[in-house]
Design a protein around this ligand. Sequence first.
Ligand code: FUL
Ligand code: CA
Length: 483
Amino acid sequence: MRCCAFASLCLIVPLAVSATAADPPQPYGPVPSPRQLRWHELEVYGFLHFGPNTFTDKEWGYGDEPETIFHPTDFDADQIVSTAKAAGMRALILTAKHHDGYCLWPSRYTEHSVKNSRWQDGQGDVVRAIAEACRDHELLFGVYLSPWDRNHPDYGTPAYLTYYRNQLRELLTNYGPIFEVWFDGANGGDGYYGGARTTRRIDHRTYYDWDHTWAIVRELQPEAVMFSDAGPDVRWVGNEAGYAGETCWATVRAGQAVPGAANQRVLNVGVRDGDAWCPAEVDVSIRPGWFYHASQDDAVKTVDKLLDIYYASVGRGCNLLLNIPPDRRGRIPDHDALVLKQWREVLDRTFAVDFAQEAKVSGPTRGGDERFSPGNVADGDRSTYWATDDDVITPELVLEIPRFATFNVVRVREYLPLGQRIDAFAVDWWDGENWQELAAATSIGNVRLLRTPTVTTSKVRLRITKAAACPAISEVGLFLSPQ
Ligand code: FUL
Ligand code: CA
């Protein structure tokens, strides 16, 4: 009898063990590198366009501006960085050198810099001041070093590349950790070029020899991501208006894009089933121009416009790089700062309460294994996810909310280490008698935010309608945006 009792236990235990231990799904397609995963978590950060153009009222300086033109009257790195922080930005990227070639740090390789200005008696260093203020306020810091240089006499020859790389080394060695290096693709041709005043066109495919420049970044700042039209870590979104494609894949075809000469539509949408993880960054200015112009003081984007931009960038799986140019004082203009603060208040209020966190979530679970249970989408933890068996690629998930919830924003995140798996999905709400479709969308990736009509309900359903592999969803959230 005893033996029988044990025997029955023996039958149960091994079964239970095998039923609760499933392997995680295999990744689908390319997956992000650790540095890209860290980058995905930033979501919103700021761009600072500052330099001679701030004082000449131009967008592209010719390169012949006198060094003394740069003369902020009340430069305040702390005001700039704390304004960015109050806007919820997690990092700042500074134009250390724009197309005019003027260096905001005292580069030892040129006289065309702040060291020959009267600002702080030629002892100032904007790069250091912003980098240090970022450190004080716990923001990450990045640099923009324009490849096109309208001041340098050697631009267009191999000698200029040596100069460019020396400057890059200075920036990546002397200013602490750099989270992102921004390689601009623009080249308008004509410039001062040490007095030559000519037009110099370069071959975008060959001139910059990017592989060797990118290697310097990997050597000196291995944690940094690099941005350009062609990545390698982060790609341009293909416009400067503030929106990603409604469908936007984090993947592209490696080697397809050339920095400075890429297909903007492909950048905007990405390539489903591309072979490289290279998500888009949405760069847009809070003002019409990238640099400060007093004439644009009345054209600062509104809170509503910035919200649209947020939903069309972060909400489509991209990061938002919002430009906030300092004025001639060397501070973020008061009105811009106010709009940024109000924008952040709306976002904070929207995402303060997640009604999904109270829900009981049900759906098929991979191998019956708790580690992949539906509840993982409502635990506020990106590292846990819901997955199904490999052959269950269009499953449904139901969230039952104990008390009724009123919401108008749905947030879905895929578990990025397993790739972008889902092609399309829909969200339904229960009207008391039937399911009603509330929204439908395509790519997800890091985040998909859907603004929906406001509904009050006790049940929400997520339907995966098309996928390349079983889902791995780390979050489903339900929020109410104030009107
Ligand atoms: C462009 C540049 O030409 C603009 O001046 C600005 O810096 C923008 C972010 O990138 O390519
Ligand atoms: Ca989770």
